[in-house]
Write a protein that binds this ligand. Structure first.
Ligand code: SF4
Length: 64
């Protein structure tokens, strides 16, 4: 699984990092979240899907 963030949509609330800190980091200066992995480890895939579902503007793009 791959995951990326559409920065035209991200509103910087940091929820994805709360849901899955193993994959998402939060940049306090830029007030956006970052993806810290190239490929999502299998054990975190479900949390990444949950983060994408909870992302209000739909900025998290999951590629299965
Ligand atoms: S949950 Fe969505 S809107 Fe919020 S920081 Fe993460 S990518 Fe951005």
């Amino acid at each position: 699984m791959k995951v990326r963030i559409d920065y035209d949509l991200c509103m910087g609330d940091g929820n994805c990092k709360k849901v899955c800190p193993e994959v998402f980091e939060y940049d306090d200066d830029k007030m956006i979240s970052l993806v810290t992995v190239d490929t999502v480890p299998a054990q975190y895939e479900e949390k990444v899907r949950q983060a994408a579902e909870e992302c209000a503007p739909g900025a998290i793009i999951v590629e299965e």
